[in-house]
Ligand binder design. Structure first.
Ligand SMILES: Cc1cc2nc3c(=O)[nH]c(=O)nc-3n(C[C@H](O)[C@H](O)[C@H](O)COP(=O)(O)O)c2cc1C
Length: 213
């Protein structure tokens, strides 16, 4: 599959077939994931594949707590959600059926191996994530190329202590994302909805006219 085609169509999948995802397929995606860049090539990312029904049910119960607050606010218009109510309905369906997704991959990272260069500013530190999420995106794109649907989520990160305990994730590791995976029950989107490049890219100084097409 063409790389750009995969990038443009690797949408968030919220409806899954019940067919299991074979290890042989998943392992190809993990193989691709590890080629993501990371500070000092320290390779901090670890993945836990959850298929056990009881474990998935527990993850769903934790997920539903922030999700219910989020969707109530989104439906009131109290928080912005870029999308139609159809999208919210799909995300709500996803939340309520999270335990039925064939696999949930918990993304972990070794904290001591993150090269954090922005810890002292009066804003959230994000640079540690730069050694994690490129590998995560590689994984999502590889899944897309293999015909697997995925949904990257972070709501469960608020339950990191509980998730670490549940999955025996050692001290010194954090949880960075939870990825639902399975064969999609609906066709992949042709092209995702995103703002145009104009207004996002500047020449030399922020705010100057964009580079030419
Ligand atoms: C950091 C992050 C957290 C997200 N968390 C959730 C989530 O908890 N639940 C969910 O249904 N989707 C989640 N998403 C998916 C986004 O809602 C989705 O990417 C966005 O609406 C654009 O839709 P698309 O990926 O299908 O184009 C998350 C995406 C990102 C990047």
């Amino acid at each position: 599959m063409d790389l750009v085609e995969a990038i443009e169509s690797a949408g968030t999948c919220r409806f899954y077939k019940s067919d299991p995802v074979p290890d042989s397929v998943l392992s190809k995606a993990f193989d691709a994931a590890r080629f993501g860049p990371q500070g000092g090539n320290r390779q901090p990312v670890r993945w836990v594949v959850v298929r056990d029904p009881a474990t998935k049910t527990q993850l769903k119960l934790w997920y539903l707590q922030p999700w219910r607050a989020y969707i109530a606010n989104a439906r009131k218009g109290a928080i912005s959600f870029s999308g139609a109510s159809r999208l919210l309905d799909a995300a709500d369906h996803f939340a309520n059926h999270l335990d039925e997704v064939p696999a949930i991959v918990v993304v972990c990272a070794e904290i001591a191996s993150l090269h954090v260069t922005d810890p002292d500013f009066d804003r959230p530190s994000v640079v540690g994530g730069a050694s994690i999420y490129p590998s995560v995106q590689n994984f999502l794109l590889a899944c897309r190329a293999l015909g697997l649907g995925t949904a990257l989520t972070t709501l469960l990160c608020a339950f990191e202590p509980q998730v670490k305990d549940l999955l025996s994730i050692p001290a010194g590791f954090l949880t960075a994302a939870h990825i639902a995976i399975g064969y999609p029950a609906r066709p992949f989107p042709k092209k995702l909805q995103r703002h145009p490049v104009e207004g996002m890219v500047f020449a030399e100084k922020f705010g100057t006219p964009p580079i030419a097409k």
